[in-house]
Design a protein around this ligand. Structure first.
Ligand code: GDP
Length: 321
């Protein structure tokens, strides 16, 4: 077998889109190795992008908005990485996404990179590979957009990875009611009612969401969640959305929350990964030093916790069953 190529951050950063695509495949293929952990730790340390999560039910208009945001950012000269989390591969009929809009980016533009990834489950949860891709792309681009289908609880998954969360609501769909019931009110930083060209139902949905938000606990005292109307068809509201995203980023940077939030996300991600692999029992016995979480080296730390658990659980053998 040929020697696997070394995973060097520098080589990826200077190798263009082909090198990034190759690195993402290598990360998947060599998950759990020291090289992958070191690459991701280096990428985490070099984070430079604002990571924006765009979530909402299928058909709400996420891809259409993603296209619009890519164009907006490219117009400002910013480089953009997109992770599109696609649950359709988990669904045999493939019917869920219906007439989903495809992202139409210029393949020759080296400053836009789009990666579609399968969701962890059919509710659209983020896989470990998607999280790793976000960490890598966060070090390579000015903006990273994570587009994911959110159905109920899986929306919360995006909170592991995004700095700012944009929740999309479809007019007249009952989404706004769903939003109130499902307890996702605490999740978004920005809400967009899409397809505002539909008129009255869009305005009603906006009022419903505003009503629900006014009852919810404010997540932060320095940010009140804006509820915007946007129509990709008419090209309206897109500038407001881009501005709200930028404003939220400024608040995160100025308040210092950008970094604290990322540290919390990293620790939550680590616990979630251990729970998925080893169950609650594993999580209880994992030697996670949470004071460690601000050292640059979380991926290597997670790998060690994993190896330590495998060793100790195999030593206890039957007792753990
Ligand atoms: P996604 O599944 O959330 O990514 O949704 P898409 O972006 O694929 O959009 C789903 C459908 O809604 C497509 O047929 C789009 O043409 C349509 N759509 C998207 N944005 C708008 C809009 O602003 N107005 C109207 N009327 N239709 C839209």
């Amino acid at each position: 077998m040929p020697e696997p190529s070394p995973l060097s951050f520098e080589a990826i950063a200077t190798g263009g889109k082909r090198a990034i695509a190759r690195a993402l495949s290598d990360i998947e293929a060599r998950d759990g190795t020291r090289e992958v952990a070191q690459l991701l730790d280096e990428a985490a340390e070099r984070a430079r992008a604002h990571v924006v999560g765009l979530t909402g039910p299928p058909g709400v208009g996420k891809s259409t908005l993603t296209n619009a945001l890519i164009r907006h950012w490219r117009g400002e000269g910013k480089s953009v990485g997109v992770v599109a989390v696609d649950p359709s591969s988990q669904i045999s009929s493939g019917a869920l996404l219906g007439d989903r809009t495809r992202l139409d980016t210029d393949p020759t533009d080296q400053n836009v990179f789009v990666r579609s990834m399968a969701a962890r489950d059919r509710l659209g949860g983020l896989s470990h590979e998607a999280l790793a891709a976000i960490i890598l792309m966060r070090a390579l681009f000015d903006r990273v957009l994570v587009e994911s289908v959110g159905i109920g609880q899986s929306e919360a998954d995006i909170a592991f990875a995004a700095d700012s969360i944009v929740l999309c609501i479809q007019p007249g769909s009952g989404d706004s009611l769903q939003f109130m019931k499902a307890g996702v009110m605490e999740l978004p930083d920005i809400v967009v009612v899409t397809k505002s060209d539909m008129g009255a139902p869009a305005r009603r949905a906006k009022a419903d969401v505003e009503g629900a938000l006014s009852l919810a606990m404010r997540k932060q005292s320095d940010w009140s969640v804006p509820v915007l109307l946007a129509s990709a068809q008419e090209g309206s509201g897109l500038k407001d959305l881009a501005e709200a995203v930028e404003d939220h980023y400024q608040i995160l940077v100025e308040s210092g929350r950008l970094l604290t939030q990322r540290k919390q996300q990293a620790l939550l991600w680590m616990k979630d990964r251990i729970r998925r692999k080893f169950g609650e029992f594993g999580l209880k016995h994992a030697r996670i030093d949470s004071s460690d979480n601000d050292c640059p080296g979380l991926f290597e730390a997670e790998r060690k916790v994993h190896l330590d658990l495998v060793e100790r659980l195999s030593a206890t053998g039957e007792k753990t069953k």
